[in-house]
Design a protein around this ligand. Structure first.
Ligand SMILES: Nc1ncnc2c1ncn2[C@@H]1O[C@H](COP(=O)(O)OP(=O)(O)OP(=O)(O)O)[C@@H](O)[C@H]1O
Ligand SMILES: [Mg+2]
Length: 370
């Protein structure tokens, strides 16, 4: 089976690494001009001719990047099966569509407004009560295209700095922690759920993900499972879907955003779960039985951001697994991640602190359960 992947970054690279044992081959179609997958065959899309070449090579198509022209994905769908569908891309690449779907399915979210003018932004900040977060409805990632507004008077500056025709404005959630739920739906509609992860962001960029959480109520996991199942079924989804949530003081979950793909907060599963999110995505899109999502042991994923640190020192930590993306160093850039595995959460946190000390740009690891 030759799998076509739209997008050619580290997520595609790790999909391919998981697919070789299943005798999959990979052809990537990059639309950014900066492919970094460094594996399989990488084609850079500039015209119809490249697209035809790509389609002639592949049996089915998936993606690792959702900021793609929907019309392009719809055109591909006419020729080859695409999993998840173009409809999932259409909804997930637009925060307004995403929130409307959450509303329709009864999935709670922070209070929000849609605005198309600086004055409307100021009014929304007043109505919702500051602080609020303003975000461009499309194209954001790693906290880009966002601004926190602490007083309505800051709205005009925020509007200029984001520089986008349409924004979503959200009440700033005073969360206890950020969490995510990752689930996989097969072609036959079977759904499996990973244990939820606690995610630590600094400056809008994910730094650490830890799963399973030692203090998570079963009922909270079940609530999240219910939310993501509703999304999967509604979209008739095939593959891995990720839902990012805020957990509030009273234990409630509020949906932040979703990603129609394997996700950074699921990288822990490569070494910490029976079946990784990458393998399970490939199983799902090929109509194969889904693998066990159970965690083997407490696991923490540490993102390597900006500078690589000393890989040999990281590998000297027991049960540490380094995944490098073969990218050049640049401030704020995701260069790789380390998965640390330990029998107890106490032992795990010791390894996490040791690892963080070896990474020059690492943020302080501080989890809600400590
Ligand atoms: N309404 C909010 N209240 C509090 N914090 C928020 C809110 N919205 C966003 N944040 C913070 O900013 C981070 C990034 O926001 P969000 O997930 O919407 O953006 P993104 O750029 O799409 O991120 P990603 O890297 O996940 O694609 C969140 O993980 C959270 O830490
Ligand atoms: Mg996010």
């Amino acid at each position: 089976m030759n799998i076509g992947v739209l997008g050619a970054g580290q997520l595609g690279r790790m999909l391919a690494l998981a697919g070789y044992p299943l005798a999959n081959r990979f052809t990537f179609l990059d639309t950014t001009g900066h492919p970094s997958a460094g594996i399989g065959e990488v084609m850079v899309y500039t015209d119809q001719h490249h697209l035809d070449d790509f389609l002639a090579k592949v049996d089915l198509v998936t993606y690792e990047f959702e900021h793609l022209p929907v019309a392009l994905v719809q055109a591909i769908e006419e020729v080859r099966p695409v999993y998840p569908s173009s409809e999932a891309i259409r909804v997930c690449q637009n925060r307004a569509e995403e929130k409307a779907l959450f509303d329709r399915l009864g999935i709670p979210t922070p209070a929000y407004r849609l605005v198309e003018h600086a004055d409307e932004l100021e009014a929304a900040a007043r109505e919702l009560g500051c602080p609020v977060v303003a975000k461009s409805v499309t194209e954001g990632y790693d906290g880009k295209g966002q601004a926190v507004i602490r007083a309505p008077a800051e709205a005009h500056d925020a509007w200029r700095s984001i520089n986008h025709p349409k924004l979503i404005v959200e009440a700033f959630v005073d969360f206890v922690r950020e969490v995510s739920i990752i689930a996989v739906r097969g072609r036959d509609g079977e759904v499996v759920f990973y244990p939820m992860a606690e995610n630590l962001h600094v400056d809008g960029i994910l730094r650490y993900s830890l799963a399973p959480m030692p203090d998570l109520d079963d009922s909270v996991q079940q609530t999240a499972d219910g939310y993501i199942r509703a999304l999967l079924d509604e979209l008739d989804y095939v593959g891995v879907l990720t839902l990012e949530l805020f957990q509030t003081r009273d234990g409630e979950l509020l949906a932040n955003e979703m990603a129609p793909r394997v996700h950074n907060s699921g990288h822990w599963s490569m070494n910490g779960a029976v079946t990784s999110q990458f393998e399970n995505h490939l199983r799902a899109i090929q109509g194969l039985p889904l693998g066990d999502t159970a965690a083997r042991m407490p696991t923490c994923m540490v993102n390597v951001i900006g500078q690589e640190g000393d890989p040999a020192a990281i590998l000297a930590i027991g049960d540490a697994h380094l995944h490098r993306y073969d990218k050049s160093e640049r401030p704020g850039r995701k260069l790789g991640h380390v998965n640390l595995v330990a029998p107890t959460h106490g032992a795990l946190m010791e390894k996490v602190r040791t690892c963080a000390a070896l990474l020059p740009d690492a943020a302080e690891p501080r989890f809600s359960f400590e």
